[in-house]
Design a protein around this ligand. Sequence first.
Ligand code: HEC
Length: 102
Amino acid sequence: MLKTLLVTAVMFSTLNAEYSKPVKVPSITYPLEYDKNFRVMQRNCQWCHSFGYITNQGKQSQEFWRASVVKMRDVYKAPITKADEEAIVEYLFKHYGNGKVK
Ligand code: HEC
């Protein structure tokens, strides 16, 4: 009985803690360079996180971008095909690369 009362009290106490005023959430967009591989980027990289994760890395080597794409596939289980992997690495290195392979 006491348990039920406690659970009920906790449930209702959180209702009182709700914020009643409207909250304005800022909308931030992170545009990527546009080229023939842009759609491949949209299809593979935008459904888990924003493009900000990409642009915030700064200019990086080809090896860095390859490792990022492989990490997204192997660790986070993004279903990236081999053909798309090639297009993505080419795209990232072309627009966000530092000119170095390694
Ligand atoms: C299945 C979901 C998923 C997809 C699809 C995905 N990512 Fe990620 N990505 C993540 C997660 C989870 C993190 C780590 C978030 C954190 O640590 O806050 C991340 C982080 C990153 C980072 C930040 C650096 C790092 O290694 O943590 C980069 C760069 C990145 N992703 C690039 C990409 C690119 C490029 C693609 C498209 C090929 C992609 N992501 C697609 C889930 C995904």
